[in-house]
Design a protein around this ligand. Structure first.
Ligand SMILES: [Zn+2]
Length: 515
C-alpha cells in the first residue's frame, strides 16, 4: 500500500485542467479510481491536518491547532513543532510487525523507532533528519543535495525551478526506499503543490503559470509512479484544498465590538510600532501560511524589523501584548477559513455564557457582511483546544488575524486553503466511482483495514466505503485494539535522546497513553 500526499492539491484546479485536455495521469485517476472530496481538519492547516491524517484522530484529541497555537492557560502562543504525536499509522503497522517507509510527512518528528525508514519533513529543524540517521546520507547519495523546504526567494524563477527539482527528488527518493525496503506501507508527501499555490495562484492552464507547471510535473511523475506500481493499492490525497482569497473577516474586531475582547490603553509602545509594520507583513506572511517560520521562508527584507521566535506566531493583539487580560473574556485565534474562540474561564456556566455571546457576536457580524458560516462547539480538551470554532463557508473568504481594522470585512488579493482536499484510491482492493463525505481522519483507518491490520481504539475516523466487491477488505469488519503501551517510545526512538524521551513520555502520560 502506497499513500502519496499532495499538499493542498484541489479538485478545483485538477478537474478543469483535466477537462481542458491536460494532466493525463489525473484524467486516468478519475477513470480508474474511487475518488471524491476529502474534508480537512478544523482548522484546515497543514498541521494539524497531517497529524490527523497520520493518526485518524481529530485535532481535539491531538490538542494541535497550527504550527503555533494559543494556550488558554498561559495566554501565550506555543509552538507545536516538538509535540510528540502518538499512534501514527506507521507506528501501528510497526506494532503489528510490518515495515514502513515514511517520507516528508509534516508532524512525523519527534518519531518513535520503527522497522523501516523515516525521512523528516519541513518544518523540522533538528540535527537528525531521518530515522535511522544514516538514511539521510543514503538519500543524498541517490538524489544529490536534498532540501526539506524550498529556500529560494518566493516570486523568483529560481523558486519555481527549485520546486520542480524538489518534486523530482521526492519522487526519486521515495521510489528508492520503496524499492529497497519493500514496505507494507509507504507514505510520502509532495509539498510544492501547496507552496507554489500560496505564492503563484492562477487557474490558467498555461506553461507560463508556475502552479500549472508544478501540477504538470507532478502529473508526469505520478504517471511513471502508477506504471511502476500498477498492481498495488495506491491512495493519492491532500490535506486541504486551495482557493483564491478576495476578502478577509476579522473575528477579533467583532468580539471587541461585543465587549468580549478589551485592548489595553497604551500597550507596549515599541510593540505597537512593530505592530503597524507587522500588519503590513501579515498579508505577506499569511499568504505563506507558515507564520512561525517566516524568517526562514520569506525574503529577509520583509522580516528584518520583525521580532523573531514564538512572538511571530500571531499578528494580532495577543502577540503585541495589547490584550487587557483582566477584562477580556474571549479571544480568537485564526487559521485560514476557521476562527477559533477561547473562553477565558474554567467555570462551566461562565464558559457556556461566553461561548453563547461570542457565537451571537460572530454570527451577527458575519450575517451583516453576507457571509455563510457554520459553528462547531468543541469539548474542552487540552489547553490549545478552542471552545468554539466558526468556519467560513463562503468561497474566497478567509479569517484574518488583523486587529486594527475599521470594519469586520476587508478586501485582499491572495490565495489560501479551502476546506476540501482530494482523495483517489486505485488498485486491486479498490472499486471505481465516487466516495461521499470522506474526512481526512478516515484515511488511517481505511489504510490499516485494507492492510488487514487492527485499528487503534483511539481513531476518530471511519473505514471508508471504497473497497471492491468480494475483496477481503470489503468482506471483513474492522477490528480494533488498544494500541500504545509502555513500549510506545522504545530505545532508539525520538532520536535516542534521553531528555527528549523523558519529555515525550511525560507528554504521553498527560494524554493518557502511558501509566
Ligand atoms: Zn497543507
Amino acid at each position: 500500500m502506497i499513500v502519496l500526499g499532495l499538499d493542498g492539491a484541489t479538485h478545483s484546479l485538477i478537474r478543469p485542467w483535466v477537462d481542458a485536455g491536460h494532466l493525463p495521469t489525473f484524467a486516468r485517476l478519475y477513470e480508474e479510481s474511487v475518488h471524491g472530496d476529502l474534508e480537512s481538519t478544523i482548522p484546515e492547516i497543514t498541521v494539524p491536518a497531517w497529524p490527523a491524517f497520520a493518526t485518524g484522530r481529530n485535532p481535539e484529541r491531538l490538542d494541535v491547532y497550527g504550527f503555533t497555537h494559543f494556550n488558554r492557560e498561559t495566554r501565550e502562543l506555543d509552538l507545536s513543532h516538538d509535540e510528540f504525536i502518538p499512534g501514527k499509522m506507521w507506528d501501528v503497522v510497526d506494532d503489528q510487525g510490518g515495515r514502513c517507509v515514511v517520507f516528508n510527512i509534516p508532524g512525523s518528528h519527534p518519531w518513535q523507532a520503527i522497522d523501516g525508514t523515516i525521512i523528516a519533513a519541513a518544518p523540522e529543524y533538528k540535527d537528525s533528519y531521518s530515522y535511522p540517521e544514516d538514511r539521510w546520507d543514503e538519500l543524498e547519495e541517490v538524489v544529490g543535495e536534498y532540501k526539506l523546504r524550498n529556500d529560494a526567494t518566493p516570486g523568483s524563477r529560481n523558486y519555481v525551478d527549485q520546486s520542480l527539482s524538489l518534486v523530482d527528488k521526492r519522487f526519486d527518493g521515495f521510489e528508492h526506499f520503496i524499492e529497497k525496503e519493500n514496505p507494507e506501507l509507504a507514505v510520502g508527501l509532495i509539498r510544492a503543490t501547496d507552496r507554489v499555490a500560496h505564492h503563484y495562484w492562477s487557474t490558467e492552464p498555461k506553461q507560463s503559470n508556475p502552479l500549472f507547471e508544478v501540477y504538470s510535473r507532478v502529473d508526469e511523475r505520478l504517471g511513471e509512479f502508477l506504471d511502476a506500481h500498477d498492481d498495488e493499492d495506491i491512495v493519492v490525497m491532500s490535506d486541504h484544498g486551495f482557493e483564491a482569497v478576495s476578502k478577509k473577516f476579522a473575528p477579533n474586531y467583532a468580539l471587541s465590538q461585543a465587549g468580549l475582547v478589551h485592548l489595553s490603553e497604551g500597550g507596549d509602545g515599541k510593540k505597537q510600532a512593530l505592530g503597524k509594520l507587522r500588519d503590513v507583513a501579515s498579508d505577506v506572511l499569511g499568504r505563506i501560511g507558515l507564520l512561525t517560520l517566516a524568517r526562514n521562508v520569506v525574503p529577509e527584507s520583509y522580516v528584518a524589523d520583525l521580532p523573531s521566535g514564538s512572538a511571530l506566531g500571531l499578528d494580532n493583539a495577543i502577540s503585541l501584548g495589547r490584550i487587557d487580560w483582566q477584562r477580556t473574556r474571549a479571544v480568537a485565534d485564526i487559521g485560514q477559513k476557521t476562527t477559533m474562540v477561547y473562553a477565558l474561564t474554567d467555570d462551566a456556566d461562565e464558559r457556556a455564557e461566553i461561548v453563547a455571546e461570542a457565537r451571537e457576536a460572530l454570527a451577527e457580524a458575519a450575517e451583516n457582511v453576507g457571509l455563510d458560516v457554520r459553528f462547531v462547539e468543541l469539548d474542552r480538551g487540552g489547553p490549545h483546544t478552542p471552545d468554539l470554532t466558526m468556519i467560513i463557508e463562503t468561497p474566497e473568504v478567509h479569517a484574518s488575524s488583523r486587529f486594527d481594522v475599521d470594519a469586520p470585512l476587508f478586501d485582499v488579493s491572495t490565495s489560501g486553503h479551502a476546506r476540501n482536499g482530494i482523495v483517489f484510491a486505485r488498485g486491486p482492493s479498490f472499486r471505481t466511482g465516487t466516495v461521499e463525505d470522506a474526512n481526512i481522519t478516515d484515511i488511517a483507518p481505511t489504510v490499516l483495514h485494507a492492510l488487514g491490520r487492527r485499528l487503534p481504539n483511539s481513531i476518530d475516523g471511519d473505514v471508508l466505503d471504497v473497497f471492491a466487491p468480494d475483496t477481503d477488505a470489503a468482506d471483513r469488519e474492522p477490528e480494533y485494539y488498544d494500541f500504545v503501551g509502555e513500549n510506545a517510545v522504545s530505545e532508539g526512538g525520538v532520536s535516542g535522546d534521553d531528555e527528549r524521551e523523558t519529555e515525550v513520555k511525560s507528554r504521553l502520560r498527560e494524554l493518557g497513553y502511558l501509566e
